[in-house]
Design a protein around this ligand. Structure first.
Ligand code: HPA
Length: 250
């Protein structure tokens, strides 16, 4: 079977507009159930898989997402490439609210999450290379697609994955900045690592929905997150639609 693109929608993207759904797959995996049925359909005539990371309607918090089941299920439906949409807080100067970012690196601060498919009695190699956590060809696809629809996107940045579900303290963000993080989110890991273990190509399109703790004025409000999310996701949808076209025609 030829390459198939899957989209994992995050907070603010629980449905993919324009997707003509032909199937909703209830996939059972060795790790349990995915966050939601995996939607299979066509976008502009091209086969696409879509999964709402937090379920649909939104309900599974970041630390309780069954990342292993999600990725395994997508692969089971023959996904080869995964574009992940992530809402994030902005840490460094350019990462202002509503900025769209295609990050290039990850630092993982999560804990206690099921983060590998390599468990139990194993016969093969279990150490995958993860030097470059995102797949460059998919990153480029996102960047070119954004350019095609004239949406400014920041190329690069380090995604710091935190455990959540609470937001961070000012000191935690200060430390993350010193570590080199540009963005902070709760869903980037172990998703990216599991994709690598499963040999799925993977990239993230991240949407900054608030200045990280201590980086804006006062405290972080859900109102500002929601407003930035709504505006940012409209732009994400345009880019994703173009990315789907390019993926199958390039
Ligand atoms: N921190 C962690 N995750 C997030 C944030 C944040 O500030 N904003 C959106 N997701």
């Amino acid at each position: 079977m030829s390459d198939t693109l899957a989209i994992i929608g995050g907070t603010g993207l629980t449905q993919l507009p324009g997707l003509t759904i032909s199937n909703a797959h209830d996939v059972q995996t060795p790790y349990g159930s995915p966050s939601a049925p995996i939607l299979e359909g066509e976008l502009n005539g091209y086969r696409v898989l879509f999964l709402a990371r937090h379920g649909h309607p939104h309900r599974v918090p970041p630390h309780q997402v069954n990342y292993r089941a999600n990725l395994w299920a997508l692969q089971n439906l023959y996904a080869t490439d995964v574009i992940a949409i992530n809402a994030v807080g902005g840490i460094t100067r350019n990462m202002t609210s509503q900025a769209l970012v295609v990050p290039v690196q990850i630092i993982d601060y999560t804990h206690g999450r099921e983060s590998t498919i390599f468990e139990g009695e194993l016969s093969g190699v279990t150490h995958v290379d993860f030097s470059y956590p995102y797949t460059e060809s998919l990153r480029q696809l996102l960047l070119k697609s954004a350019k095609e629809v004239s949406e400014p996107v920041i190329n690069g940045g380090v995604y710091g994955a935190t455990q959540g579900p609470r937001l961070e303290t000012v000191a935690e963000i200060f430390r993350m900045e010193q570590d080199g993080c540009d963005l902070v989110g709760m869903t980037g890991m172990p998703e990216a690592a599991l994709a690598r273990e499963l040999k799925l190509r993977y990239a993230s399109l991240s949407v900054v929905v608030n200045p990280a703790a201590g980086k804006g004025e006062g405290v972080i409000t859900i109102k500002e997150i929601d407003e930035n999310l709504a505006a940012g996701m409209e732009r994400v949808k345009r880019i994703v639609e173009t990315a789907v076209n390019r993926f199958y025609t390039e």
